[in-house]
Design a protein around this ligand. Structure first.
Ligand code: SF4
Length: 458
């Protein structure tokens, strides 16, 4: 009801953010750390920050997310959190015994200016870090960027901490995915395995945040990439960042540190991006594309052709994270849809805007950064109403207010399940995505059909 007061006159703002289309950096940093085997994310800030980060991930994945905190109180807020972190390191290794503690900073510790490198050196000098264990950190000040920035910062820190070039190249291709679902990480691995490609992928949250219920609590689930594998990525002969905003910086670090030849591709969402991914693997690994993948591709094309009349020409507006948005925009465009708006709260830069307009055309409104919020999204939706919204759970209010079909994509999704089990990447994920979009349009057609045109067969 409150949304009815959103005016449709758009006034460009330079400072204020209303209903942000993003969440905070440490959430992404924690998610990346969870994709490393026996790694415990640690939030260097107040308990409230950590509670928020954990609850955002717990609600999205419907799994208990493990993370610890430096538990800042008034004293640490004024004098710095060194004592808190040193005590945390002792307690964590004593009580929870991880192999790695991945520390992320918060607004508070960044404002104070805590020197994490110095504190970790102090912990080493004081023998607080047991032999064979690691404490590492990523700087994740949440007064800028978003959860995608935090993810990218932690992924880059993982490369910096663990990747080593021994002087001898191995045969592996390193895959560095952007912030995507565990189901999508599993799908990317499945494609690489189907092609017989030797790969190292990190982070890998499949089997960690979407693991099975087996009646036993696992502080550290079986999934996640081991630190030995990350070390070996320094010897890999080629590295592929999948998504510019979330993974390019890590690939560049791998190149700078270990001289691994790197490239960046868009996330393999939809036919053309998946074709590019499969073809890059084929060329770089010197393998052939198996019949199974060709069949999956053909099935996606088949459904796209069979049901094109329900999707062609439909207007769509999208909001979410930049790397996923590029993939979804390409997917919708390939399906013959008209892209009205693309909006992300993550500062993604002019390359993002240019790329979206290349795919969708100059008439598409693209906005990125802090003022690209859900208030603004609602305003532009009122001026050009789409037939479909793609976005995270928070868009449900807009969709309900304006009676627009709505597909939950991206992060966070708090009110539906399935996203962590069923991918949107690869040909199989594309088919899943297409079916969900078709269901929305067909359900709407059934709902609105007059009695005499309510058909059994669509
Ligand atoms: S935005 Fe800053 S203060 Fe708020 S939860 Fe995130 S790190 Fe903590």
């Amino acid at each position: 009801m409150l949304l009815r007061h959103t005016p449709n006159t758009v006034i460009e703002r330079s400072a204020l953010t209303i209903n942000p289309a993003k969440t905070c950096q440490p959430v992404g940093a924690m998610y990346a750390a969870l994709g490393i085997h026996r790694c415990l994310p640690h939030s260097h800030g107040s308990q409230g920050c950590c509670a928020y980060h954990r609850s955002a991930l717990t609600r999205h994945y419907a799994e208990p997310i493990m993370a610890s905190t430096s538990s800042f109180t008034e004293g640490a807020s004024v004098f710095g959190g060194q004592a808190n972190l040193l005590e945390s390191i002792t307690n964590i290794f004593t009580l929870y015994n991880p192999d790695i503690i991945a520390v992320n900073t918060t607004c508070l510790s960044e404002t104070i200016g805590d020197d994490l490198a110095q504190i970790i050196h102090r912990a080493m000098a004081d023998r607080k870090i047991p032999p064979g264990k690691t404490v590492m950190y990523a700087s994740t000040p949440s007064f800028k960027g978003s959860h995608v920035t935090g993810y990218a910062n932690m992924l880059t820190a993982l490369v910096q901490q663990f990747a080593v070039h021994t002087g001898k190249r191995n045969n592996a291709i390193t895959l560095l995915p952007s912030f995507i679902e565990p189901s999508d990480m599993a799908e990317i691995k499945r494609i690489a395995e189907a092609m017989g490609v030797q790969y190292i992928m990190y982070p890998d949250t499949s089997g960690v945040v979407n693991g099975p219920m087996d009646g036993t609590f696992h502080m550290y689930p079986r999934g996640g990439t081991g630190k030995e594998r990350i070390a070996e990525s320094g010897d890999s002969r080629y590295a592929l960042a999948l998504g510019r905003t979330g993974a390019l910086a890590a690939a560049q670090r791998l190149d700078a540190k270990c001289k691994v030849k790197t490239d960046v591709l868009e996330l393999p969402i939809g036919i053309s991006a998946t074709d590019a991914f499969v073809d890059t693997l084929r060329r770089t690994a010197g393998v052939t594309v198996p019949d199974s993948l060709i069949t999956e591709r053909g099935q996606l094309v088949d459904v796209l052709c069979d049901k094109n009349q329900y999707i062609y020409g439909k207007k769509v507006s999208l909001t979410g994270d930049p790397d996923i948005l590029i993939g979804l925009t390409q997917f919708c465009k390939d399906a013959g849809m008209e892209i009205l708006h693309v909006l992300t709260g993550t500062p993604a830069g002019s390359k993002f805007t240019k790329r979206i307009q290349e795919i969708a055309g100059p008439a598409t409104m693209v906005k990125e950064g802090p003022q690209a919020d859900l208030f603004y999204f609602h305003q532009v939706l009122q001026n050009r109403k789409p037939d479909l919204i793609l976005g995270n759970t928070y868009c449900k209010y807009l969709a309900r207010d304006m009676d627009i079909p709505f597909l939950r994509t991206g992060f966070p999704i708090y009110d539906r399940v399935g996203h962590s089990y069923f991918p949107i990447t690869g040909y199989r994920g594309g088919l899943h995505l297409l079916v969900k979009i078709l269901d929305l349009f067909m359900d709407r057609q059934d709902r609105d059909a007059p009695e005499e045109r309510f058909e059994l067969v669509l």
